[in-house]
Design a protein around this ligand. Structure first.
Ligand code: HEC
Ligand code: HEC
Ligand code: HEC
Ligand code: HEC
Length: 385
């Protein structure tokens, strides 16, 4: 399950805004209009989800687990400032742009847009601009609610206790609690990568047919995470480190090692994502649209070759070999047709990536450095305080 799906299932977040209203005005004003209208009309509530019935067709469920980026700012000033400088914090507006309106009109509704271009909001917090877009909680998961990680994650063992004074046992328990609450942290590279790819590879065939771009085929964690998205300030709010400062301070994970792990994970997760998409698209799209042979299968073939010939040559790693083994019999590229095999391989890859990550600390991955150098072209400029 990708984080998006997980999040959707968990919170039953279903955002449906009236298409006509959307086309008539800007998206955010259309939606805040809906919210205001609905709070004063019929509100159905249960433990964690508020359901708004706004009009005959529009149902608006809002996750109460989302606390919003403004709540993170108090302790994460530099991270917040870095985020507000990114496209992620602004892209909500793109849905209402002329090209966005054309896509929405062809698609027929805007529910699907909000999944990737926005964050679900609490009904009480109005649509503050900082909550809009791909926010802290789009990437680190919904923080609030009784079972959320919001309070837990920063508590070192009582008031006044600092990071360096936390006991080992408390830290273990705290971090395990965060993971149980679904927090996506830097140490869980698999969840983190799946989450990026769940938005950056557009899997919805209807959306592609409506004219949406499929997502950049050069999306890769190293360049895309280390440009404008980078915000590794936790240990020192004045230094935007290239790799997570907490991981370095806590577990001694160096920047070199981090990049090596990101390179391999990124390619494996992208391949898993593409195989899964290929396994589940409708048959008529196999040969036709961007989905299918011309798009995903071609891209999957390129990644397979990269894993086999470049990464596989650079390091001697059993998990890389296992991925090659799991995929090599599948005809990718223009001859792709075996959807069952693609799905089966995707499931195998999901396991192999996690085994790779479990053993990456001990593995010798230094041979990857020349490949990493080729990739080190950050997308956007890292924020400097
Ligand atoms: C009361 C202060 C406070 C608030 C509010 C706060 N944080 Fe934190 N956050 C911290 C501290 C302290 C740490 C370092 C924890 C550690 O040492 O493990 C941290 C760590 C993190 C980490 C890194 C965890 C890891 O193990 O890699 C993430 C991600 C994070 N916070 C996200 C958020 C988000 C998103 C919000 C808002 C929803 C938020 N925080 C609100 C204090 C806060
Ligand atoms: C699966 C996630 C996903 C969904 C769903 C989605 N988008 Fe996007 N959208 C993206 C990503 C990622 C980008 C930026 C990357 C790119 O350019 O391909 C983007 C870029 C855009 C852009 C700017 C690029 C352009 O073509 O001008 C517009 C406009 C847009 N989306 C509109 C929409 C609309 C309207 C919907 C709903 C009908 C929608 N999106 C649904 C992920 C998504
Ligand atoms: C909830 C969906 C979502 C998630 C999760 C997500 N993104 Fe994005 N991202 C988008 C959308 C949508 C856009 C494009 C908006 C536009 O062009 O209007 C975008 C744009 C970007 C851009 C700017 C690209 C440019 O052309 O300037 C970068 C860099 C980026 N994403 C990296 C990442 C990375 C790295 C991750 C994971 C750590 C990630 N994104 C996770 C939806 C998402
Ligand atoms: C596009 C996805 C995305 C968004 C949006 C995002 N983060 Fe992160 N965050 C990440 C990733 C990925 C990492 C790990 C980076 C790495 O490995 O270099 C991270 C790392 C962190 C860390 C640990 C840094 C360290 O030095 O150890 C903190 C704290 C954090 N994020 C807080 C936030 C806060 C607060 C916000 C909102 C203001 C936010 N993040 C928005 C993806 C995101």
């Amino acid at each position: 399950m990708t984080f998006s799906q997980n999040r959707l299932a968990k919170n039953n977040v279903l955002l449906v805004a009236g298409l006509l209203a959307l086309i008539g005005m800007g998206v955010s004003s259309a939606i805040s209009g809906n919210i205001e209208q609905s709070t004063s009309s019929r509100v159905v509530k249960n433990d964690s989800v508020a359901t708004y019935h706004t009009s005959a067709t529009a149902v608006f469920n809002v996750s109460e687990q989302i606390v919003g980026s403004a709540s993170c700012k108090e302790c994460h000033k530099a991270e917040y400032a870095a985020w507000t400088a990114t496209v992620h914090s602004k892209n909500f507006a793109r849905i209402g742009s002329p090209s966005g309106q054309k896509i929405s009109a062809a698609y027929g509704n805007t529910e699907a847009c909000l999944k990737c271009h926005s964050t679900p909001h609490t009904p009480t917090a109005k649509f503050e601009s900082e909550q809009v877009g791909v926010s802290c909680e789009s990437c680190h998961s919904a923080a609030g609610g009784p079972e959320g990680w919001f309070k837990l994650h920063s508590n070192y063992g009582g008031e006044g206790v600092k990071r360096n004074d936390e006991t080992e046992a408390h830290r273990k328990e705290r971090l395990a609690g965060c993971d149980t609450a679904g927090m996506i942290r830097a140490s869980n590279v698999y969840a983190l990568a799946k989450n990026c790819y769940s938005c950056h590879v557009v899997a919805d065939e209807k959306l592609l047919a409506a004219g949406h771009k499929p997502g950049h085929s050069d999306f890769d964690l190293i360049p895309w995470m280390q440009g404008e998205v980078r915000h590794n300030f936790q240990v020192d709010q004045t230094v935007n480190a290239i790799s997570p400062s907490l991981l370095k301070a806590r577990d001694g994970v160096t920047t070199e090692q981090r990049k090596r792990v990101l390179l391999v994970t990124s390619r494996m997760v992208e391949l898993e994502t593409l195989l899964r998409n290929l396994g589940s698209i409708s048959e008529e799209n196999l040969g036709e649209s961007y989905a299918g042979r011309r798009g995903w299968a071609g891209r999957a073939e390129d990644i397979f070759e990269y894993l086999d010939e470049e990464i596989g040559e650079a390091i001697d790693n059993e998990h890389v070999k296992a991925v090659v083994e799991a995929v090599k019999e599948i005809e990718l590229g223009r001859k792709f047709e075996d959807q069952d095999a693609a799905m089966k391989a995707a499931d195998q890859l999901a396991k192999i990536v996690q085994e790779f990550l479990d053993s990456a600390g001990e593995a010798d991955l230094a041979g990857l450095d020349p490949l990493i150098e080729e990739l080190d072209k950050p997308v956007g400029k890292p924020y400097l305080p």
